[in-house]
Design a protein around this ligand. Sequence first.
Ligand SMILES: CCCCCCCC/C=C\CCCCCCCC(N)=O
Length: 529
Amino acid sequence: MAPSLLRKVQVWLLKAVAGVFLLLCRLFAPRKPALAGKKLPPAEDPLLLLSATQLAKKIRRKEVSSVEVVQAYIDRIQQVNPLVNAVIKDRFAAALQEAAQVDKLIEEETGGEEVLEDRLPLLGVPLSVKESFALQGMPHTSGLVSRRGVVATVDAPPVALLKRAGAIPVGVTNTSELCMWCESHNRLNGITNNPYDLERIAGGSSGGEGSILGAAGAVIGIGSDIGGSIRMPSFFNGIFGHKTTPNVVSSENQYPPTSGRQNEYISTGPMCRYAEDLLPMLKIMAGPNVHMLSLNTKVDLKKLKFFTIPHDGGSPLTYPVSKELMDIQRKVVERLELDLGIKVQEVRFPELQYSFQIWNTYMGLSDKDGKPPMPFSSLMGEPGRPAWPLWELLKWMVGKSEHTMAAIGLGLAEMTRSSKPLTFITEKKEKLQKEVDELLGTDAVILYPSHTRVAPKHHHPLFRPFDFSYTGIFNILALPVTQCPLGLGEEGLPLGVQVVGGKLQDHLTLAVALYLEKTFGGWRDPGAN
Ligand SMILES: CCCCCCCC/C=C\CCCCCCCC(N)=O
């Protein structure tokens, strides 16, 4: 059978299986009041349209008070959250008190603006926090019903560093169950909606962050990413998200904790509506490790090498990249060549078609002491009592399970994972790692689709569970990636692209993000008509 015909048959088969499953889900999924046709109101308060960097400057200069800024964001969250269900618990009263203290501190400061900017660069700026990060006094459940009522007693290190820089947390946002799915939906806090179309996903697992930022209910936030959980929500909600080179920003005090080799692949990073906030946030979040990066190095884009990869080469597990995403990536190439007078080279890596298999294999590896990762079914259960995915599936069928279909599916899929990694796959990964590292070096970036299509309808990822591998592969390659918004597509949904850099070359992808914001307009107000 000709390869193209084989490809057509594969896609057709995937669609057929998806259709049957979608029907089943429609039959059994709990009914939700239709949000059809509802739209977000525009973000009218001018304070919502300033970057965190600009807000911090205005607050330091007493051109606006921190209380006014925090109140503006509280008002916006109260306006949009009933539609998007992104913030699952707020701390508005405490935030306003802290803002008043900031204004008082500024009033009494005698050292002048530079002292404040140096010591407290985010003084008085509101911050959104993904609920899987420990934020003292706030829920810390990661969407697990069995963790209902668990409250954090400490701050996760990057949260503590951002608070020490003067940022004021206003609330914690929704995640997928156990942060291991590309849609933020769980039985504890419900499902988060995309601000550009409430019937579509906000992405996962930092979907609450992506949605509240995209809805202008926050200006800066933080997420974690081991398969795409910063980059997919950033893409679907039209904002910037940076997956830092692993082990620069601490991932301690997050739930669930990583185990096995996963600590080499997880990244904590900033999620922002404005590109200029990414680098200052990363500088703060990196804390004592900031010297590992070159964030003070000026980047001349004309001296960078740019490569573009249009898709994964045709994996039978993933869907083809949509035309509008291929088109917009081509437009980025054209603009780069026009504006910088450079040539962007298209490259292909056949190993990318094994992205899912590589991600799945390496996520299951033991750590250097031979300790295997905690099984997902154990994370789903109570301590010492793993869940039984098959039993949970039967309970789900009659609406009695505390778990989502995605978590049950992952638990079932895990049962099929082979204990011994396939040499065929490890060889592919080693080859890909070597070639990509050589190509990137310390002076190049690669453009790659953030996903196969714009934000899908709710639950649809269940029928295309492998498309996340467009982001997941870079976790295993341990490379920094910035997801950059590129305006809205035909259906008014955000377009975007991943900008991939060499290890520890985060400053390069952040510089390209600034260029792409200038050239393609950055974040768009979902309420604007
Ligand atoms: C019912 C469908 C579920 C079965 C799907 C099995 C194959 C998919 C395997 C793993 C999907 C993991 C998705 C990871 C999303 C991002 C996670 C993260 N924290 O970065």
